[in-house]
Design a protein around this ligand. Structure first.
Ligand SMILES: Nc1ncnc2c1ncn2[C@@H]1O[C@H](COP(=O)(O)OP(=O)(O)OP(=O)(O)O)[C@@H](O)[C@H]1O
Ligand SMILES: [Mg+2]
Length: 372
């Protein structure tokens, strides 16, 4: 579904963003026969950044049993970072708790100790970017039940628990942005969003081949290869000019040279970012690629060659009942959103406490069935 109101992952036009969401929901309602009132939104954009923070509290209870209230206090204190007024916290990820010096605790409630520490990753974004998203959904009366940083959705369906534990980089290559996230010890540690993506390659192809963006995108998808070494010089591709009338021919090799130049440039930006994360010797899981941009033929090989770490495609495969041709890198965030929602789903009871209402019944059972 084209979303014309977005640029580099940021909303630049609320009206057309709202319209794009509405069209998409209408299609989905027609397809499933289920009315949609609320949604979780996967959020990204160049304003995203992450802060790692740490806090300590003394356990309140005289018998040293840690309560939910202690946990709440330590998280409250850990999320208390000074932010410029135009930034806002969108998510707090509880990485681990430390009880009397013993680390690796996932949930301290009920444990005994006198000193409780929390380590968290705080995801922050531009306040305006969040408000623009809220405005877009309000315009079509869609309730935003939760805003989740996109890579956390993606990670649900393409990363193995062992990879997240040992260290892995997840890279979601979208149209206008690339989300890069480093996971280790089971959680996201560092993340940033680059203002480039597949569109950057398409635009350059359109300029060099003197054609439209639509034609360039088609050529990239059908014939594009990330490395000229893999291209066939005898394969000729028909290219229409901007007016859509005249047709000329270019070889696949020439097309892939144009693509390769941009891919290498993007990889250099990625390299600089990973240097900032200081994660090179901490990623035995290598790099996992998702998003439509990851579907460019040969991209894993080129990236492996330049970065000298294993690179694989993130294909969502922990879901049942999803057609194989939908389980692709570009759908990782949508499918990850399903898994995330299913894990965090609150079962809705109707007023008489008579169990589930019928719509919820259908959706939640489908969700639960999906990933068990
Ligand atoms: N087979 C393919 N080969 C090469 N590129 C592809 C292929 N399929 C999709 N793309 C590219 O992937 C990009 C879209 O990816 P995706 O759907 O993940 O983006 P998005 O989530 O809409 O964008 P963003 O994350 O930036 O908001 C486009 O640039 C498109 O040209
Ligand atoms: Mg995306």
């Amino acid at each position: 579904m084209p979303s014309l109101g977005l640029r580099k992952g940021n909303i630049i036009d609320i009206e057309s963003t709202a319209k794009a969401i509405d069209n998409c929901l209408n299609d989905l309602e027609r397809l499933t026969g289920v009315p949609i009132y609320s949604t979780i939104a996967g959020f990204s954009g160049t304003s995203i950044s992450a802060i790692n923070n740490h806090a300590v509290v003394a356990v309140g209870n005289p018998n040293n049993e840690i309560t939910a209230e202690d946990k709440e206090r330590v998280i409250h204190s850990a999320r208390n970072v000074a932010l410029p007024p135009d930034k806002t916290v969108i998510q707090i990820i509880e990485r681990q708790y430390i009880v009397d010096g013993y680390d690796g605790v996932k949930d301290p409630v009920g444990m005994v100790g006198s000193r409780l520490e929390a380590e968290v990753t705080i995801i922050i974004a531009a306040t305006a970017a969040i408000q623009n998203m809220q405005r877009s959904t309000q315009r079509i009366n869609l309730q935003l039940s939760n805003i989740v940083y996109n890579p956390l959705l993606v990670s649900e369906t393409v990363l193995l628990p062992a990879e997240k534990e040992m260290g892995v980089v997840l890279m979601d290559i979208g149209a206008g942005t690339i989300d890069i996230s480093f996971f280790a010890a089971g959680s996201i540690l560092y993340t940033s969003v680059l203002p480039v993506g597949g569109e950057y390659i398409t635009k350059d192809l359109a300029i060099v081949l003197r054609t439209s963006l639509e034609e360039a995108a088609r050529i990239k998808k059908d014939y594009g290869i990330a490395s000229p070494e893999m291209a066939d010089s005898s394969t000729l591709i028909e290219v229409r000019n901007i007016q859509g009338k005249e047709v000329k021919q270019v070889s696949q090799e020439v097309v892939s040279e144009i693509i390769n130049a941009r891919v290498v440039e993007i990889i250099e930006m990625i390299y600089a970012e990973l240097n900032q994360f200081e994660c090179w010797d901490r990623i035995p899981g290598g790099i996992v690629l998702t998003g439509g941009g990851a579907e460019l033929a040969g991209i894993t090989g080129v990236m492996e060659k330049y970065l000298n770490v294993p690179v694989r495609l993130g294909v969502p495969d922990n879901l049942r009942g999803i057609p194989a041709d939908f389980s692709r890198p570009r759908n990782a965030s949508v499918l990850g959103g399903l898994v995330y929602s299913a894990k965090n789903l609150e079962i809705a009871y109707d007023e008489e406490g008579q169990g589930l209402t019928s719509i919820f019944n259908r959706i939640s059972y489908w969700f639960i069935d999906l990933f068990r």
